[in-house]
Design a protein around this ligand. Sequence first.
Ligand SMILES: [Zn+2]
Length: 179
Amino acid sequence: MTNSDIISNAPISSEELQQAAQIITALQEELKTYIAQGSGPFLAAIYDDKGTLIAKAANSVVKGKCSHKHAEMNAIKQAEEKLNTFDLAPYNLRLYVTAEPCLMCLGGIMWSGIKTVYFGVPSKRVEEITGFDEGFKPSWLEEFNKRGIRVYGNLAPQIGEDILTFYVKNGHPIYKPSR
Ligand SMILES: [Zn+2]
């Protein structure tokens, strides 16, 4: 992977980029187990700046009968409960997620105080592969930058696309409101 492949709003060292891609790859591999247990095809993890895992959660919209239960929202809730706070900013936390956050999760991330976001498959590819609606997005990279949130995406996208394809081919639910 080279820096030119990534979607970003701030500089990054090749060491940090490589480490993030490794974590995203590991999450993609782990995601298969979650899918087998009825989760949606997205997994998020939150680490502190020392590399300690604070929270990890998959999408549980169908299982949990709740449209808000995206992986990012579940992981943020878990982290806030664990740290007993509504403001994660003082903890300098990093969110890793297997696909680009949707419209709702952009808001969830912004109001949580998460400082850095790394993601796998870009929304456009998620929509093309699965038919999920990722929402109408503002120019969020710039808006996140203004708020001091670094973003790096399109990390190890191939393995992520393969898992989304696997999810669809195996007839797992593409949940969205009826229209
Ligand atoms: Zn979402």
